[in-house]
Design a protein around this ligand. Structure first.
Ligand code: SF4
Length: 59
């Protein structure tokens, strides 16, 4: 389960890196597809660590 928190500054890095997983909503990004393979890469690339990913092994 991944989500974008309030630290998002709307830089669009995640949307550009991972359009399958993220979209802009107003001035912030949101996760549109939890299953996108690139979510973790985008989380690492986010300049303000606004993408929270917790991988639940039971899922
Ligand atoms: S990379 Fe981070 S700060 Fe930039 S739009 Fe995505 S969530 Fe927001």
């Amino acid at each position: 389960m991944a989500k974008v928190n309030d630290k998002c500054i709307g830089c669009e890095v995640c949307v550009n890196m991972c359009p399958e997983g993220f979209a802009m909503e107003g001035d912030k990004a949101k996760v549109i597809n939890q299953d996108a393979d690139c979510i973790e890469d985008a989380a690492e690339a986010c300049p303000v660590d606004a993408i929270e990913v917790d991988s639940d092994p039971s899922e």
